[in-house]
Ligand binder design. Structure first.
Ligand code: HEC
Ligand code: HEC
Length: 495
């Protein structure tokens, strides 16, 4: 009897065990389904092709500076009224045909498994070139200045959208669903109660950190205030305490090819740092907090940029004339602008160079001493990454002129549209002009600067009278006879 009862109870236990296992398995499966998006959403953030990596690869920052992917995805639709035209390309970002997002937008995953968008060096260092308004073969060129990209416009778009009441889960979730997010219930909850509110909070904080922009002239495309946002965002300087004289430092994006001969030169426009590796890392800080930088990625880019050559002038050159121009260049320019000239990388005092002093003044002793503490305690390949080469200077630095034809508008503030204009006395240089057009002006060597609009797209009106925008100084070559200037201009095309 007792045996019987044991026998009869065993199958009962066996069934319940099986049931238990099934139930457990089902619960586990559901849990796994719910959390799987956070575990398995992985997108390529490193690319084998280095130029592809430069344009679309991550330099880190997913955890510190990433904006959730689905929010970025729907914002141009939800807040279309805050964009100058349709989509992110209306801010000058460059869309390539086979890509979901414009150049410099990196889609990857942060350590919590949330898909985010970060940006990379290509934001400011990739540009476009067209031969004429009807040219259908625009060239996209890496490491040249990002002449079309209006970063200030993008910052304003993000932060003003966050300040809008439509930046709420109730308003955004339907757009996110319609855009194909396909969230499971847990993801929906996470987006609604954590991701959207936290993103809004973070963008509103940035709105405050960038509020110094309200006191500045518009940057327009191709320019950014290099150092003020480091002061407020990375080093915690209170926005209210920034002096007015620090706020006129809006700088033109430079080219960053051919870094090898530049390694130990004092660079950045004011020559505040003579260490190439620190310049790359500080550049990354524009987008990424120090602790989250992907040093491997940065190292790959650094090695590539070392020997990347400046593109050759693709249009006609009169070589006989250029040969004459070389003699003039050797006499008037080579001392400061060539490797053999002796003064390359030297800082020319402001009293001598006489260009706008705003960018120089925006860089302060206080910032230099704060920067020289950055990365302390962080090592990469056994080497302490702490900055130690930042210094305050009192002028602007002599740089190499490789690929100078492609680096217009000229001077540190981008105040002189073409090379021909730079060879004129300041009073004869254009007082106002347009920036952001991608068609080349072969006659004057630089981008076309007298066209204000194309197919409804407005270009940026640059006024040299505004603070930080002055087109004075750099008088070298301005006394030359006009046929000598023609020859010099022809030679400059060959650099
Ligand atoms: C927000 C726009 C922006 C981004 C993003 C950016 N840069 Fe720059 N970069 C600039 C500007 C502007 C300067 C000139 C700074 C100055 O002196 O005011 C500069 C200067 C440089 C220089 C020094 C050039 C010279 O000749 O003085 C290097 C090298 C450089 N960047 C590399 C990089 C790398 C590598 C990245 C990515 C890790 C990067 N940049 C990201 C805007 C940017
Ligand atoms: C005494 C040194 C010196 C001499 C000589 C000199 N330059 Fe410069 N050049 C500079 C400095 C410094 C700057 C940066 C000024 C600034 O941006 O405010 C500069 C900037 C430039 C730029 C703009 C670079 C850019 O990326 O926007 C061009 C182009 C240029 N020089 C061409 C010439 C030519 C052509 C000559 C000869 C006719 C010449 N320079 C002679 C010091 C010199």
């Amino acid at each position: 009897m007792s045996q019987n009862s044991q026998e009869s109870s065993q199958p009962f236990i066996a069934i319940s065990k099986r049931t238990f296992l099934i139930i457990t398995a089902v619960i586990l499966a559901i849990a796994l389904w719910l959390v799987s998006p956070f575990l398995i959403h992985r997108y390529p953030i490193k690319y084998a092709n280095i130029d592809e990596h430069f344009r679309y690869g991550s330099i880190g920052g997913e955890d510190s500076d990433g904006i959730p992917y689905w929010i970025v995805k729907v914002m141009p639709t939800v807040f279309a009224d805050k964009l100058p035209g349709e989509g992110l390309t209306s801010l000058g970002f460059i869309q390539e045909p086979d890509h979901e997002l414009p150049i410099s937008f990196v889609r990857s995953t942060n350590s919590l498994g949330i898909e985010v968008i970060t940006q990379n060096c290509a934001t400011c260092h990739v540009g476009i070139l067209r031969e004429s308004a009807t040219d259908k073969n625009r060239k996209i060129i890496s490491a040249m200045p990002g002449i079309t990209v209006n970063l200030q416009g993008f910052i304003r778009f993000l932060t003003e959208s966050a300040a809008d009441e439509r930046f709420s889960a109730d308003h955004l979730m339907p757009y996110i669903n319609a855009a194909g997010a396909n969230f499971n219930p847990l993801e929906k909850l996470v987006y609604r109660f954590i991701v959207i509110p936290r993103t809004r909070e973070e963008l509103l904080r940035q709105r405050h950190d960038f509020s110094f922009m309200d006191k500045q002239p518009l940057y327009g495309p191709g320019r950014v205030d290099t150092f003020t946002s480091y002061k407020t965002r990375r080093y915690g300087f209170p926005v209210e305490k920034l002096a007015d004289t620090e706020l006129d430092g809006i700088a033109d994006y430079p080219s960053i090819w051919n870094q090898a001969p530049r390694q130990n030169l004092s660079l950045h426009w004011d020559g505040n740092n003579n260490d190439g590796s620190e310049r790359n890392r500080t550049a990354a800080l524009a987008l990424v907090a120090p602790t989250t930088i992907d040093f491997d990625s940065l190292e790959r880019l650094r090695n590539w940029l070392m020997d990347l050559e400046a593109p050759k002038y693709p249009y006609e050159i009169d070589y006989a004339l250029a040969q004459k121009g070389k003699l003039i260049f050797d006499n008037y320019c080579a001392s400061c602008h060539t490797e053999t000239g002796g003064r390359l990388g030297e800082i020319i005092p402001i009293e001598e160079i006489k260009t706008d002093r705003g960018r120089m003044d925006s860089y302060t002793y206080e910032l230099a001493s704060n920067q020289n503490l950055t990365f302390s305690g962080i090592t990469y390949q056994g080497i302490d990454q702490r900055f130690s080469h930042f210094k305050k200077t009192h002028g602007y630095t002599n740089s190499l002129l490789d690929g100078i034809w492609l680096r217009s508008p000229y001077l540190h503030n981008g105040s002189v549209p073409t090379l021909r204009d730079l060879l004129q006395k300041p009073e004869a240089r254009p007082k106002t002009f347009y920036r952001g057009y991608d068609v080349f002006d072969q006659e004057n060597v630089g981008y076309v600067s007298n066209v204000g609009e194309e197919n409804g797209k407005q270009f940026f009106f640059y006024d040299t009278e505004l603070p930080g925008n002055h087109n004075t100084g750099h008088l070298y070559g301005t006394d030359l006879a006009s046929n000598d200037q023609d020859a010099l201009l022809e030679y400059l095309k060959t650099l």
